[in-house]
Design a protein around this ligand. Structure first.
Ligand code: DAH
Length: 337
């Protein structure tokens, strides 16, 4: 048996431990329960007499030697891998913390507000659930006007006390302002509006508008045109604009304003239906009836108003093809802004 012990000792000494894997191999091969040293201990149980003492002693020495080899190799290789995983380079930049970004609608809204801020417009907000007076009647909508129809408007309740609906436009906020403030009034009113429309790539059952209102003495249509021209030049760059006569119950005269995109690109051709002109907003001089409804003297004061859809301008600005994408909360979309 002493020969076997020496043979095993040679084997152990010639074993090359050079990494964590061979370290583990070494442990299993020699020191585990089924390893070579334990095998010899099993055999040792069977011998007797004089030999037993010497063999026992030698076996124990071998085991200690082997354990010592294992320990020193462990220090070398285990430590190495530890320091590798814990290596800490404090000059590395920290992981960027994802902090989200503004929604494209808000980006455009903010840009529009900044432009009008520079010429003295403040910002006002109103409720999204409106009564019929603020959404329709005060704005000079006739009792039987089709916009009041269920087909266009989401009514929240209909009862004899008065009907409430999700506002169909931000023009209702004009009324709230004029009821509560005296001229001069110069304000922008952004917000979400709702209409009972079929949802498609180009229209949604809710969208966003920004309303503008300026009431003072001697406000004229020329002021309206110049103000909108200023806005277009700031937002879209120098571009031709045109006003087309139109009709809104709350303005007289009324107009729609187009900007010239041209038809050079396929997208511009499509957006403008081949005309080169894209409608951007509705506007006009505030109808005297609306001023009277808000207890403002139309003999003394006049004013203009305008309203534009933020969603369409956002789609135009960023080349978004489907309005629904903006409200699906898909981070892959939102992270682009
Ligand atoms: N309220 C109109 C709409 O939703 C937009 C509008 C047109 C607003 C003319 C105005 C205006 O203030 O003067 O279609």
């Amino acid at each position: 048996m002493l020969d076997q012990i020496n043979e095993l000792r040679n084997l152990i000494k010639s074993f090359q431990i050079e990494n964590e894997n061979s370290l583990e191999e070494f442990r299993i091969k020699f020191l585990s329960k089924k390893g070579h040293i334990n095998d010899l201990f099993e055999q040792f149980k069977l011998i007797s007499g004089e030999e037993k003492r010497e063999v026992g002693k030698q076996l124990n020495i071998l085991r200690q030697e082997t354990e010592a080899i294992l320990e020193s190799a462990k220090e070398k290789y285990e430590k190495k891998s530890n320091t590798q995983t814990q290596a800490f380079d404090n000059s590395l930049p920290v992981n960027a913390f994802k902090i989200g970004s503004l929604h494209p609608i808000n980006l455009v809204k903010k840009e529009i507000i900044d432009i009008f801020n520079k010429i003295g417009f403040s910002v006002a907000y109103g409720p999204e659930i409106e009564d019929e007076w603020h959404n329709f009647s005060s704005l000079n909508f006739a009792e039987n006007h089709p916009a009041r129809d269920m087909q266009d408007t989401f009514f929240v309740n209909q009862d004899p006390q008065g009907n409430f609906a999700l506002r169909t436009h931000t023009s209702s906020v004009q009324i709230r302002l004029m009821e509560n403030e005296r001229p001069p009034i110069r304000s922008l009113m952004p917000g979400r509006v709702y209409r009972n429309e079929a949802v498609s790539a180009r229209s949604n059952c809710f969208f966003h508008q920004i309303e503008g209102l300026y009431i003072d003495e001697n406000v004229s249509f020329a002021d309206l045109k110049q103000t909108l021209y200023y806005f277009v030049s700031q937002f879209f760059g120098e571009r031709e604009i045109r006003f087309r006569p139109s009709y809104f119950p709350f303005t007289e005269p009324s107009a729609e304003m187009d900007i010239f995109l041209g038809t050079a690109t396929e997208q511009d051709y499509r957006l403008t239906k081949g005309t080169g002109w894209l409608e951007i907003l509705g506007c006009g001089m505030v109808d005297p009836n609306v001023l009277i409804n808000c207890k403002i003297d139309p003999e003394k004061y006049s004013g203009f108003a305008f309203g534009m859809g933020i969603d369409r301008i956002t789609m135009l600005k960023y080349g978004i093809k489907d309005i629904r994408q903006m409200f699906e909360n898909d981070l892959r979309f939102l992270q682009q802004f």
